[in-house]
Design a protein around this ligand. Structure first.
Ligand SMILES: [Zn+2]
Length: 194
């Protein structure tokens, strides 16, 4: 199948994804495809919501380069034990070109599973901790700019409005299905994997 990255304000970005209960060859293929999309678009992380899938899975590589750094595919991630607080710049493949400073815990614990069913249980800090928190937010339907103040939001308001205009015109031309059709598709995926 061919996945593509959806842009703000696509409704699936506001959808809270459900835990995965079934891993099959198709799901593994989707994870591999998500990594390819992430590298092709020069990202460091990509959540299933961003490719219009309502399932709790993300991929990441803080280096952003194929064959370098640490590649992550995480199923049913859970974050806890937040410590400290740090501000850092974030962008998102679902709103390319838009950046803002986001304050997040400096270190967190990540639990979840890899594609082989092995448990993941690690303390993360630095940039990887930020990336993982950003991706888990996506799975809960939260965008990075939902976490910034009114002042900072004002700086990116115009750019967001442009994405809204583009979305509306794609909808009007039928390139993006209506809400009922999108909901029907999400329900199908949820039935198959959650
Ligand atoms: Zn993002």
């Amino acid at each position: 199948m061919t996945l593509s990255i959806i842009h703000y304000p696509h409704p699936t970005l506001q959808h809270r994804s459900r835990p995965i209960v079934r891993v099959d060859a198709k799901l593994r293929g989707m994870a591999a495809e998500m990594l390819e999309l992430m590298y092709d678009n020069e990202g460091v992380g990509l959540a299933a919501n961003q490719v219009d899938l309502p399932i709790r899975m993300f991929v990441a590589n803080p280096s952003g380069e194929r064959g370098e750094g640490e590649e992550w595919i995480v199923i049913n991630p859970v974050i806890d034990r937040p410590k400290g607080s740090e501000s850092g710049q974030e962008g998102c493949l679902s709103v390319p070109g838009v950046y803002a400073q986001v304050k997040r815990p400096k270190t967190v614990r990540l639990q979840g599973y890899d594609l082989q069913g092995n448990e993941i249980n690690v303390e993360l800090d630095g940039f990887l901790a930020r990336v993982v928190q950003h991706e888990v937010d996506h799975l809960d339907g939260v965008m990075f700019f939902d976490r910034i103040g009114i002042e900072a939001k004002r700086d990116i308001e115009h750019a967001l409005a442009e994405f809204e205009t583009t979305f509306e015109s794609l909808r009007n031309t039928g390139s993006i299905p209506d809400d009922a059709e999108l909901a029907r598709r999400l329900a199908e995926w949820e039935k198959a994997y959650t």
